[in-house]
Design a protein around this ligand. Structure first.
Ligand SMILES: [Zn+2]
Length: 144
């Protein structure tokens, strides 16, 4: 279950899918770009907690294949196992949502694109905070 709080008129909405939540937040922020005070908080077991202040920050264009994988029940279950195994903290820098207000993501140690057979292998997964994960993803990103 995903929940978003939309301000400045505090309002909580629930969404079944991440895509639906992102779309709704994107629309909400687009319509209120001029106000500059509007923001949205999105939270849910799959994504932790995300805050958006500008429609440009909302990742509405998720690649279809990626979205299917990251919303699959098999992945979501495995993701929960990885977070629990790693004690809900980043395996690189030790940051945690409680102490450091970071968002945690589950990383494929060996890239999913290159090792699809390891996509759902527990030992190939690790918990990283968003900054560490972004740094790693950018490092390995072969597109220029
Ligand atoms: Zn980290």
């Amino acid at each position: 279950m995903l929940i978003s709080k939309l301000d400045p008129n505090p309002k909580t909405k629930r969404y079944k899918t991440l895509k639906g939540a992102y779309r709704s937040i994107h629309k909400f922020l687009s319509e209120r770009e001029a106000e500059r005070t509007a923001f949205a908080i999105l939270s849910g077991p799959e994504i932790g907690r995300e805050e958006f202040h500008h429609s440009g920050e909302v990742p509405i264009e998720i690649k279809q294949s990626q979205e299917n994988f990251y919303l699959s029940p098999a992945w979501l279950e495995l993701r929960r196992q990885v977070l629990e195994r790693d004690g809900f903290c980043c395996q690189l820098c030790g940051a945690s949502p409680k102490e450091d207000k970071v968002k945690l993501e589950v990383d494929h140690i060996k890239e999913r694109a290159l090792y699809p057979e390891l996509a759902l292998t527990l030992s190939n997964l690790q918990t990283l905070c968003k900054p560490c994960h972004s740094a790693k993803t950018n490092h390995f990103n072969r597109k220029s």
